[in-house]
Design a protein around this ligand. Structure first.
Ligand code: PGA
Length: 251
C-alpha cells in the first residue's frame, strides 16, 4: 500500500511561499506515495487551482464543529468539500492546547467530516508530563474513545489516526520505534473494542507525526504497520520534502 504523506504547513507560509512550494512539489514524482498538502485555509482557492491536474490532494488543518450558520471565523465541512479537501486534521495538539479544544468538540468535528465524506485525521498523543508519569496509553485510549464512541456507522467510515506525541512536535525529538509499536498496539486494541478488529484492519490508517525530517524518516518508512506520516516544519522546505518523498517512494 502507498504511504500517505500529509504536509502540514500550519501558519508558516505566506501566499507566495505556499504557491511556489506547491509548484515545486508538482514537478516531483509523487506517484509512489499518496501525497497531500495542508495549506492555510485562506490559500485553498489558489492551491486547489494548482492541484486540479496531478495526483496531489488537499488536506484541511481544521474544520468547524457546526454544520452552518452564525459561527464567526469558522470554516464548515461543506466549504472544505467545495475545495476538494480529501482529509481534515482534527484534535491537533496545538489546537487542544492553545485553543482548549476538547474531546466532545473534536467528536462533533469528526461527525461533520463524515457527513461530507471527508476523512478525519484524528491526532492523539500525550504530553511530556503524561509520558513521564506513565499515562501515555491511558491518555491515547481516552482521546480515541471520547472522540469516536457512539458515532453512527463508524464501521463504514475510513479513519486516519495520527499518533503525535506532544513532546515530539517541533522539538527535534522523535518517538522510539519500540514505543511507536506499543502505541500502535494500544490504538489497535482500543479501536477493535470500539468496533472490531476487522474494522481496524480495513478502515483505519495509522500515521506518526512529530519532528520527522529528511534525515530521520528512513527508520520509520520501513515499518509496515505505519501507513504514513504527518510532517510539519520539514515539509515547508522544498529540498527536505523532496528527500522525504523519495525515501517514502522507495518502500
Ligand atoms: P513537526 O509537526 O513535524 O514540525 O514536528 C508535526 C505536526 O504537528 O503535525
Amino acid at each position: 500500500m502507498k504511504k500517505l504523506l500529509i504536509a502540514n504547513w500550519k501558519m508558516y507560509l505566506s501566499k507566495v511561499e505556499t504557491i511556489n512550494l506547491v509548484k515545486k512539489i508538482k514537478k516531483l514524482s509523487v506517484k509512489k506515495i499518496e501525497m497531500t498538502v495542508a495549506p492555510a485555509a485562506v490559500y485553498f482557492e489558489a492551491v486547489s487551482k494548482l492541484l486540479k491536474t496531478g495526483s496531489i490532494k488537499m488536506t484541511a488543518q481544521n474544520v468547524a464543529a457546526y454544520e452552518s450558520g452564525a459561527h464567526t471565523g469558522e470554516i464548515s465541512a461543506m466549504m472544505l468539500k467545495e475545495f476538494g479537501c480529501r482529509y481534515a486534521l482534527v484534535g491537533h495538539s496545538e489546537r487542544r492546547l492553545e485553543l482548549n479544544e476538547t474531546d466532545p468538540l473534536i467528536r462533533e468535528k469528526i461527525k461533520r467530516l463524515f457527513e461530507k465524506n471527508i476523512t478525519p485525521v484524528l491526532c492523539v498523543g500525550e504530553t511530556a508530563k503524561q509520558k513521564f508519569s506513565g499515562e501515555r496509553n491511558q491518555v491515547v485510549v481516552q482521546q480515541l474513545k471520547n472522540a469516536l464512541s457512539g458515532i453512527d456507522s463508524l464501521v463504514k467510515k475510513k479513519l486516519v489516526v495520527a499518533y503525535e506525541p506532544v513532546w515530539a512536535i517541533g522539538t527535534g525529538k522523535v518517538v522510539a520505534i519500540k514505543d511507536l509499536e506499543e502505541v500502535f498496539g494500544v490504538i489497535k486494541r482500543a479501536l477493535s473494542m470500539l468496533e472490531s478488529e476487522d474494522y481496524f484492519n480495513r478502515q483505519v490508517l495509522f500515521l506518526y507525526g512529530g519532528s520527522l525530517d529528511d534525515d530521520n524518516i528512513e527508520q520509520f518508512a520501513s515499518l509496515d504497520y505505519l501507513c504514513g506520516f504527518l510532517v510539519g516544519r520539514a515539509s515547508t522546505n522544498a529540498d527536505k520534502l523532496e528527500k522525504i518523498i523519495k525515501v517514502l517512494g522507495s518502500f
